[in-house]
Ligand binder design. Structure first.
Ligand code: 5RP
Length: 241
């Protein structure tokens, strides 16, 4: 089992009073502004923590030409706040991508996709020089796998993918919404997998990514974070990987 990496540089900005989880999200969302490069586009993730970042980004929107978004939900929020959104294909590279995570380990490997946006998140992350993860401290783990692992799958392959995870000792279910399989922004389904401990995230991502019908696995090891802004009771901790 991985233990905390004593060599991970940690920097803390102190906070005097106890903060709610929502306030911690606001804090890390605002802290992420320091990584936005004036005059350059920024990659924007998806989720409740990223929503705080988008709100903060609106306060400096005059300093950037716009954003590349990882979901319909983030696009709508960006546009509503007057931040232009560019198509990913119009962009060769981004200096930074800001996104949340469901889990992050001490090497910057993550599980993502709780908001079902993992495929577009991985695409925008791959376009970016630096991935800055914003999360509260409950997301920091020694070994990935406690949070249900999202996998985006073409609908006709979900049965086989569920059986493949069962053969590995996992338990996989197709995510539901209003009594029906949830449909992603890309028209696909999500399989959520529990019961696995992902001790080699790179090997796991490489293996599952090539299963027929798998669009994207929610392990982000090839597109890991270089920085994590972690909201803690003591304030924002900066982890560098
Ligand atoms: C969406 C994601 C999110 O980054 C992840 O689910 C964390 O979300 P939140 O900030 O709401 O906890 O991967 O697909």
């Amino acid at each position: 089992m991985n233990t905390s990496n004593p060599q991970t540089p940690v920097q803390t900005v102190s906070q005097s009073s106890a903060l709610t989880q929502d306030e911690l999200k606001t804090l890390v969302g605002q802290a992420a502004l320091q990584y936005v490069v004036p005059g350059e586009l920024v990659g924007v993730g998806t989720g409740s923590t990223v929503n705080k970042f988008i709100d903060a980004l609106a306060t400096i929107k005059d300093q950037i030409p716009g954003a590349v978004s990882s979901s319909v939900a983030s696009t709508e929020r960006l546009l509503a706040l007057g931040i232009p959104v560019l198509d990913a294909n119009a962009v060769e590279r981004l200096s930074v991508y800001i996104d949340g995570a469901d889990e992050i380990d001490h090497h910057g490997h993550m599980v993502k996709g709780g908001g079902a946006a993992l495929t577009r998140e991985k695409i925008v992350a791959a376009l970016s020089d630096k991935f800055v993860c914003i999360a509260d401290e409950s997301k920091l783990v020694d070994v990935l796998g406690a949070f249900p692992l999202p996998v985006e799958v073409i609908p006709m392959a979900t049965g086989r993918v569920v059986r493949q995870f069962a053969a590995w000792g996992g338990h996989a279910v197709v995510r539901q919404k209003n009594g029906q399989p949830l449909v992603t922004d890309n028209g696909q389904h999500i399989v959520d997998v529990t019961g696995l401990q992902i001790r080699d995230p790179l090997a796991f991502e490489a293996e599952v990514s090539q299963w027929p019908g798998v669009v994207t696995v929610g392990v982000f090891a090839f597109q890991r974070a270089q920085v994590c802004l972690l909201g803690t009771a003591q304030g924002v901790k900066t982890l560098s990987f």
